[in-house]
Design a protein around this ligand. Sequence first.
Ligand code: PMP
Length: 355
Amino acid sequence: MKNWEANIRKVTPYVPGEQPKRTDVIKLNTNENPYPPSPKVTEALREMSTEPMRKYPDPEARQLVEAVAREENVRPEQVFVGVGSDDVLAMIFLTFFNSDKPILFPDITYSFYDVWADMLRIPYEQQPLNDAFEIESRDYYKENGGVIFPNPNAPTGALLGLSAIEDILTHNPDVIVVVDEAYIDFGGTTCTGLLDRYENLIVVKTFSKSRSLAGMRIGYAIASDELIRYLNDVKYSFNSYTMNQTAIQLGTAAVEDHAYFEETRRKIIATREQAKKELAALGFSFADSQANFLFATHESVPAEELFTALKEQGIYVRYFKKPRIDNYLRITIGTDEQMERLYTFLKEYLRKLNI
Ligand code: PMP
């Protein structure tokens, strides 16, 4: 071993879902929105010139921060924007999870949390979901260095009610509690209404799902002015210009088109409710997802086998070969047409197996 090797920060990286090179696939594997971004984004893109690119962007991304604040009914001082919610969450881990006590998050959850904790040497303890794959708020009563969970949870889609979130908050007044609402627009109620009463709450959201802008990389946190100031201090100590000028302008156009946001999220919710019926009729079961995906297991065919068969047909879904969830597929809700192709394939596949 070379001497310098002992000092390298060795990490086991997060593995994102596959982005296939083929373009003829039905892509239901990374929870993207099947509908294009708002026409207002297309318009804003057409009107953009390259001149602003010569200069550094506004380090405060004020235009985007103000648009998000208007949409969320908070003050701009309560908003922090970043390069996707992954960037925002990484900054939150770095800023607020700085205790010797372990942070708490579910055992089955967004698989980036343990990666950030390992990389930043933050101790953590994973709290098992119950057998119905739900978060039990009493598991978060113990002493800890911070709490984080997605709501709805990923990859299960299960939603925690506001009263359970408030229960977690009242039992954790001395640490930061982060609610990752990447999927909240597909069914749940945001907990931003609790911000006035809980100064230790941070709510994180993204433009990647309900605003159809995963490729633009925009996410944000909403919290008290004080917590946002701490986050900005760390951000400015790391990289002042996280948000590029194009993202600032196009993100603003997206968030200002509230009507399009409502229309597309309603379509996805309707398709998801139909998918629940279709897949249940084919022998699948799943938690009652309130997200833009279903986490489904089949009564007789192993998930890995279905995953491979679907992929061969050009239908990509997500499979995690991990304890407790290795017989489940996470299926992103696509358009009605895409979902029809999924059902047709599954019906035929199961018929051939005499199921
Ligand atoms: N949180 C959860 C629960 C997610 O599933 C994702 C998507 N991978 C993210 C955060 C990050 O999304 P983005 O960085 O695209 O905003």
